[in-house]
Design a protein around this ligand. Structure first.
Ligand SMILES: [Zn+2]
Length: 77
């Protein structure tokens, strides 16, 4: 679900580079996150629906690259 949202945002040029403000050209998915949280002696696995991606600007003269799970903040409507 979130992966298709990323794909769509990149395809529609709505994922914006934070350095040059042009649309990000590429992304690499690196993980669906399942966060393990230490709670005293127990380890709780908390499933989160975040998808971490590496956003790659790839526009001329811009080398911006960011690994983030807050990619949602970079999508403009
Ligand atoms: Zn850029």
């Amino acid at each position: 679900m979130s992966l298709s949202r990323i794909k769509e945002a990149v395809a529609n040029k709505k994922m914006i580079c934070q350095k040059c403000n042009r649309p990000v050209q590429k992304f690499e998915k690196y993980a669906e996150t399942i966060d393990a949280v230490r709670d005293g002696f127990n380890i709780q696995e908390i499933e989160s629906h975040a998808t971490r991606v590496t956003l790659i600007c790839n526009n001329d003269g811009c080398d911006w690259k960011e690994r983030t799970e807050y990619w949602d903040n970079y999508i403009v409507d």
